[in-house]
Design a protein around this ligand. Sequence first.
Ligand code: PLP
Length: 364
Amino acid sequence: MPGIPLVDLAVQHDQVADEVALGWAEVLKATSFVGGPQVSAFEQEFAEFCRVAHCVGVGNGTDAVELALRALRIGPGDECVLPANTFIATAEAVARTGAKPVLVDCDPETALLDADAARAAVGPRTRAIVPVHLYGQPAPVELLDGLGVPVVEDAAQAQGARRHGVSAGGLGDLAATSFYPGKNLGAYGDAGAVLTCDAEFAERVRLLRAHGSPRKYEHAELGFNSRLDTLQAVVLSAKLRRLDGWNAARRAAAVRYDALLADLPEVRRPVVLPGNEPVWHLYVVRVAERDRVLAQLNAEGIGAGVHYPTPLHLTGAFGSLGHAAGSFPVTERLAGEILSLPLFPEITAAQQERVIDVLSEAVR
Ligand SMILES: *Cc1c(COP(=O)(O)O)cnc(C)c1O
């Protein structure tokens, strides 16, 4: 049997190829590569999809987190609380504003932000909490209510997910998302967006993403050059029309993995937090001797991976925060056990059976 990739972008491209080609031909003919009606159309479509009032397209997901924080005027001297168990971009964006990332541990069952730890980490300088909807399931943001601290969702892995019926992106005061190619809604390059129901925040992100410029050559303040480009907007609109279907296919694949793993006690299946409708950006199991198991899967052509192997506080980038090994024990333990299995909307039952066959061999 041929290898099974972690994510298969080619089979997804086949489904939108004609639409993208037509849309791109129009952009090329108009030679209008930045901005234009395609970008505003996508922003409106994605805002509707997430059921928020405003979507502002930006250059990538990392900038989206930073711009959302800057909309809140967060900067040096401020603190933002976020999970140690996330992709580095979340903490990087906080640090780039000049604020201090205050890391907290994660829940041992769901691997999501530990809300009690987050509440306990809030102090007089805390200007935002940044929960991450890791692996496609929303963090329990309602447990962060009542602190008087804005919530900025990192929704990069959760396009279309819901918590108690509310879409990821609409659970906090602002949200950031990424359309990196491998995300559930992926562009053909870098792209991202900020979501909010607050018109003033949206306006501020629009200003900041384009040189702090309300009108050409007028610069109210220092900004960025971080825009969603027109060619990407065409791809994203074409894919957005199919996203609910693709997410449903991911859900069905997750259900199938759950069933295939039911009799394999050596493998811990993912736990869904009650109230969540995840979109299964990743299907992450836990095993003992993960590195050996991973190597065996990879050797058999199965593109399993680890998200993420090094907790943020143990990376070179964030060593300066001064947290020794042992500071976030749950995150550290999970980093040695987690294993992401291949999952994409078009994965077949035969492919999933093969993954579990090889995994069963490896863990026994
Ligand atoms: C992908 C990702 C980002 C960053 O997005 P980029 O578009 O790659 O900058 C931020 N946070 C999380 C949790 C992500 O998975």
